[in-house]
Design a protein around this ligand. Structure first.
Ligand SMILES: Cc1cc2nc3c(=O)[nH]c(=O)nc-3n(C[C@H](O)[C@H](O)[C@H](O)COP(=O)(O)OP(=O)(O)OC[C@H]3O[C@@H](n4cnc5c(N)ncnc54)[C@H](O)[C@@H]3O)c2cc1C
Length: 369
């Protein structure tokens, strides 16, 4: 088997990149399972999308990605964007003030008040982000990119890659089942799994999300309220929630929070153990208390925790780089990549197709391995 380009990882970055490469006429093959543990950090229906960020680079990437959502939705026929807004809150004015320069630089639309959370949420200082801010359904976004990628000639192959090796000026993609594919260029976009395939400095941490059930009437009534992002004094998002989302089991609010102690997952085995084990359940009770403290005006039903992973880089920015001729890496979501995956994929696609960095706004060096 031989191909011009192979993309490893069919997560949000891999799928968006496969679409962009297919639309550039390259007919890529994209390896990896579309859903499920042990690897992915996209496998649910709620990820916050917002431009406001203390990092101007992440904010710029988000602005670009959000600007393209409507086009991807209408061409694929798959809706994934819910622009309900994001209500930022903090215990002191400083973290919100830190967002202001980026907000005015990028012309971010804001509103006033609590966006409908009045009488339900206990919040002090707030800032309401409007425009395209809100949440995306990552599974649906992934499907939208796949539909367009396949339409453009991309092939998706659910098999897992064991290794990538140089071979006569090209690259051999070795699959776990023993087969191989030879490609001129390979892009590793395998999230946490990227460090098992190429030499990159990525720290993987275990994270926890809870899904808190709501009665049908209150779920439907609150579904268009903004997401809430709690900022700590360092402008880190230390707690966030979506409004109620309707899924297979009914209405539920998704709540996430940075864990007080870091759970470092050093190897592929520890990642797999975290994703398939029950250790996340230890966080369910304190996280449920934090959620009740934030939304004292709501009655919750069953609360269930789920594991997830963050892939972090030393710079806090994603890696978009050619590590060896023909071998590219696009990884390092740092907890913010879902919403911006397509903008990151656009930079990677240009680097691969034009063999150059043509972006004048974002400096290439900040994305280097
Ligand atoms: C709890 C939680 C909340 C988050 N909240 C937000 C949010 O509100 N907003 C936001 O923008 N982002 C958020 N993120 C971050 C976001 O989900 C990730 O940054 C994003 O999904 C990363 O995309 P990715 O494609 O790089 O990696 P992934 O989504 O992890 O995809 C990587 C893919 O590669 C595959 N793979 C791995 N190894 C191999 C291999 N050897 N062979 C083949 N395939 C392989 C995996 O199966 C997976 O499908 C959150 C993350 C978590 C964990």
């Amino acid at each position: 088997m031989s191909r011009q380009v192979a993309v490893i990882g069919a997560g949000l970055v891999g799928a968006a990149l496969s679409r962009r490469l297919a639309e550039a006429g390259l007919e890529p093959i994209c390896f990896g399972p579309a859903s499920g543990p042990p690897y992915s950090s996209h496998d649910d229906s709620g990820r916050i999308t917002r431009i406001l960020d203390a990092s101007p680079t992440w904010a710029t990437l988000a602005k670009r990605a959000i600007a393209d959502y409507a086009d991807v939705e209408s061409r694929s026929g798959v809706r994934f964007h819910h622009p309900v807004g994001v209500l930022w809150s903090a215990r002191s004015p400083r973290p919100l003030a830190e967002l202001a320069p980026v907000g005015s630089m990028l012309g971010v639309e804001t509103g006033t008040g609590l966006g409908g959370w009045e009488g339900i949420a206990a919040l002090d200082q707030t800032l309401l982000e409007r425009g395209g801010a809100g949440y995306i359904a990552p599974k649906d976004m992934l499907r939208a990119h796949r539909v367009l990628a396949e339409r453009g000639g991309a092939v998706f192959d659910a098999r897992v890659v064991r290794a990538v090796e140089p071979i006569d000026g090209r690259w051999a993609v070795r699959l776990r089942d023993g087969e191989s594919l030879i490609a001129d260029r390979v892009v590793v976009a395998a999230g946490a799994g990227s460090r098992d395939l190429v030499e990159v400095e990525l720290d993987v941490t275990g994270e926890v999300v809870i899904d808190a059930r709501l009665a049908a009437d209150s779920g439907a009534a609150l579904a268009d309220l903004p997401c809430i992002g709690r900022l700590s004094s360092e402008s880190i998002v230390d707690g966030y929630l979506t409004p109620p989302i309707h899924g297979a089991g009914g209405w539920s609010i998704k709540f996430g929070a940075e864990l007080p102690e870091t759970i470092t997952l050093d190897t592929a085995d520890t990642v797999a153990e975290w994703m398939s084990g029950e250790a996340h359940a230890e966080r369910a009770t304190p996280m449920a208390s934090a959620l009740r403290e934030l939304l004292p005006g709501l009655e919750f039903g069953q609360i269930r925790s789920r594991p997830c992973i963050y892939t972090r880089t030393p710079t806090g920015l994603p890696i978009i780089d050619e590590v060896e001729p023909g071998l590219f890496v696009v990884a390092g979501g740092n907890g913010r990549m879902a919403k911006s995956a397509d903008a990151v994929a656009a930079l990677a696609a240009t680097l691969l197709t034009e063999a150059a960095w043509s972006d004048t706004e974002l400096d290439r060096a900040q994305f280097a391995v």
